[in-house]
Design a protein around this ligand. Structure first.
Ligand code: AMP
Length: 541
């Protein structure tokens, strides 16, 4: 027997309708290059979404077409989030920090037809546009007057594009499994992979991320996502804040500037802010140095990389701010777990409580987790057994965009993280199997760096491992064996990477070894290298 309840598709459009009806007056404060304090409301933003959708229809956007953005967190980017997805297009958020070759691959692989870019990224566009043959139209996220002379063909301003368009749009009733947005993530080897979110996965993820034991958002809250809107949907905050009616504060191009963040947090009375450890470490250092305080923040959500112990302790002790540790992945929309206390946490002494708070936390309903050994046998959730962390659920990717094969094994997605899970469900990441380094919240591929090092005529074997770094969490360290009779200085090897990879990928240092340790299967043993070259041997990769 089937239930007899209404069959209402879970779409971003239905979310927009709800926000319009319930929270239309809630504010969105946003920084842009042109405007240090742009204020609007959800209702105003959605009117402009309709204008954008009308403009895109005029340009010929069809259902399923991809629209790329190279943009910071601001209100126009948010309009693209809703306008494109709700008209049936696919919003493709592109990370402007990627190396040109990766950008070229991503935009062409996605076959983006339109590209919207922040004015600060115009130089990048000017350098790259010839490499994007499928892009028919470039739009700069600014007003008519702010549009500079440019070599990008047909470039127009966003305001010019939507000017005069109807503020109403007959939003289509989409099937809830329609694709809504996409984001590429670095693969360990080979090219980046596209994760294609659906309306349904987005709505379910939005519900879960707002829960009290997740990001815990309320209508009266003010939320600041420092995490970029080009990285896994800014952890879903651009959907979740409107859903509950919270005010949104978008830092535009100033997300990496602690002074600007503190000013914004205090003037806009921010309650909750979200970002990677590097951002919060920068903020902590700035507070310590300037003597300033955060007047209203109650919760800093940290994820994307492990939260350093000292950061959690110092924010609490010096500023009375609680740091909440979360874990996720682009492939998980991204929320996988959040650390919130259980009833049992109150019984722990200070040391045990801190240890618990430093774990990556517990999975909300919608994410199932399990641990396996290398042969796929499930391991106990006893807080001791350490194994491959696998997940499944309605907002976890099952296949990458245009990939032939499923991304799953036995119905589970292998995260590439290595963890334990205790009997209360607290998951603790201890290592990773993927050969990647996470620096400032962004990935660096060890394998790609090794490939570049191996092209140096003096190098016979090379390995790159992650070393712990106070500011960036991890940085790459190159370990090389030289060919017999060959010589090369460390500086020369570092210089070898110039122009071959993004500047921030270049290893911080070089160590020389007579030979590299190998595993039984002949692979370089990164574990042994870490033991050998890093004090404590703790960092992953
Ligand atoms: P991304 O898809 O770029 O968001 O990266 C996801 C990966 O970042 C995860 O699989 C982890 O390896 C790492 N990661 C994310 N959050 C955390 C965290 N809180 N602690 C440790 N690693 C994390």
């Amino acid at each position: 027997m089937k239930g007899l309840m209404m069959d209402c598709p879970l779409t971003v459009t239905s979310l927009m309708r709800h926000v319009n009806a319930q929270h239309g007056a809630s504010e969105v404060y946003s920084l842009t290059v042109e405007n240090p304090a742009h204020r609007s409301t959800y209702a105003e933003i959605f009117k402009r979404c309709a204008q954008l959708a009308n403009a895109l229809r005029r340009l010929g956007l069809n259902r399923g077409d991809r629209v790329a953005t190279l943009a910071w967190n601001d209100y126009r980017h948010m309009e693209l989030y809703y306008g494109v997805s709700c008209m049936g297009g696919v919003l493709h958020t592109v990370n402007p920090r990627l190396f040109p070759e990766q950008l070229q691959y991503i935009v062409n692989h996605a076959e983006d037809r339109y590209l919207f870019a922040d004015p600060l990224l115009l130089p990048l566009l000017e350098k790259m546009h010839e490499a994007f043959p499928a892009v028919e139209r470039y739009v700069l996220l600014c007003g008519k007057d702010a549009l500079p002379e440019s070599s990008v063909p047909g470039l127009i301003s966003y305001e010019e594009l939507i000017e005069g368009e109807d503020e109403r749009y007959d939003w289509p009733e989409l099937d809830e499994n329609t694709a809504s947005s996409m984001c590429y993530t670095s693969g360990t080897t080979g090219n980046p992979k596209g994760v294609l979110y659906s309306h349904r996965s987005t709505v379910l993820h939005t519900y879960a991320s707002g829960l009290s034991d997740a990001i815990n958002l309320r209508s009266a809250d003010v939320v600041l996502p420092v995490v970029p809107m080009f990285h896994a949907n800014a952890w879903g905050v651009v959907y979740c804040a409107p859903m509950v009616g919270a005010k949104l504060v978008l830092p535009g191009p100033r997300a990496g500037d602690p002074e600007a963040l503190v000013a914004m947090m205090n003037s806009e009375r921010v309650d909750v802010a979200l970002g990677v450890p590097t951002v919060w470490l920068g903020l902590l250092n700035y507070l310590d140095a300037s003597g300033r305080r955060l007047e209203t923040v109650r919760n800093l959500v940290v994820g994307g990389a492990a939260c350093p112990r000292s950061m959690m302790v110092d924010f609490q002790a010096r500023y009375g701010i609680s740091v909440c540790h979360a874990w996720g992945m682009t492939e998980m929309s991204p929320l996988g777990s959040v650390n919130a206390p259980t009833a049992g946490s109150a019984k722990l002494d200070d040391k045990a409580l801190l240890a618990q708070r430093l774990t990556q936390g517990r999975a909300p309903y919608g994410v199932e987790m399990r641990l396996t050994d290398d042969d796929g046998n499930e391991l106990p959730r006893d807080g001791k057994a350490v194994g491959r962390l696998q997940v499944r659920g309605p907002w976890v990717a099952r296949r990458y965009y245009r990939a032939e094969e499923s991304a799953l094994k036995d119905g589970w997605f292998d995260t590439g993280d290595v963890a334990s899970i205790d009997s209360n469900g607290f998951m603790n990441i201890t290592d990773r199997t993927k050969d990647l380094i996470k620096s400032g919240g962004e990935w660096i591929s060890s394998i790609e760096l090794e490939d570049v090092a191996m092209t140096h005529p003096a190098v016979s074997e090379a390995a790159v491992i992650a070393t712990p770094h106070e500011k960036w969490t991890e940085r790459p360290l190159l370990i090389v064996c030289l060919k017999e009779g060959a010589s090369a200085e460390a500086d020369e090897l570092i210089a070898w990477f110039e122009g071959k990879v993004a500047r921030w990928w270049i290893p911080d240092g070089v160590r020389f070894a007579d030979e590299l340790p190998h595993t039984a299967t002949g692979k370089v043993s990164k574990l042994k290298l870490r033991e050998q070259f890093i004090a404590g041997g703790a960092a992953a990769s």
